[in-house]
Design a protein. Structure first.
Lengths: 53, 162
């Protein structure tokens, strides 16, 4: 998976814990999916992906 | 929403992967079984440690990650409620298919995927239908890569189902 692919994925899920501030902003945004859901995403990346950006 | 993001522990030419492959598209089934069990235990342990509800936990996997996500559903279904599978194939056919009637899955496949053929994607869809799971397959005008349309469909599916 390329970083471009990852960017697409991270429009679907919150940002990574490597950028906590961005993550908190995302969770506080009432219009996005994450703030509305009490669930958990089990993120399973493709071969070769080593970090969340 | 929480995210649990384990990294694959198998190295393939130095790249993390969730299970061993013998060749492109040829999986080491024994390793896949072991790694799926390991992942199931990891998710279960994490749910206790971080207090998240497995009945509201959805796997979102791409390629190798989608394949172990499908394996998790087929071998250890209690640990996830459903899955978004980008570009998956059949990872394994269990001796006894589980009843997945309480689960929800969407498969997102690329019409021009050079790695996963249309037949491979359709075969997974057919296998999953036999488990009574609520499953759909969505074809994208793409190859193996994830597109913006994939993301929009996944978002819509998630909002409608969870």
């Amino acid at each position: 998976m390329t970083s471009k692919n990852l960017n697409f994925i991270y429009r679907f899920i919150p940002s990574s814990k490597n950028s906590k501030e961005k993550y908190d902003d995302y969770l506080n945004d009432k219009d996005n999916l994450a703030s509305k859901s009490p669930g958990t995403l089990l993120l399973l990346q493709g071969t070769g992906v080593t970090k969340m950006t | 929403m929480q995210i649990y993001c384990p990294r694959g522990k198998v190295l393939e030419h130095g790249m993390p992967s969730f299970f061993k492959r013998l060749a492109e598209g040829v999986f080491d089934i024994e390793d896949l079984k072991f790694r799926t069990q390991e992942l199931a235990k990891s998710v279960n342990d994490a749910s206790l440690q971080y207090s998240f509800d497995l009945s509201k936990t959805i796997a979102v996997g791409f390629s190798n990650g989608a394949n172990i996500g499908a394996s998790l559903l087929l071998l250890y279904p209690p640990v996830i409620a459903g899955a978004v599978l980008f570009r998956p194939v059949i990872p394994i056919i269990p001796n006894n298919l589980p009843n997945l009637s309480e689960k929800k899955i969407v498969i997102l496949s690329g019409q021009y995927d050079p790695i996963v053929s249309k037949k491979q994607a359709e075969d997974l869809f057919s296998l999953l239908k036999k488990t009574d799971v609520k499953v759909s397959i969505q074809w994208q005008e793409s190859g193996h890569e994830i597109t913006q349309d994939d993301v929009q469909i996944a978002k819509k599916w998630y909002s409608a189902n969870f």
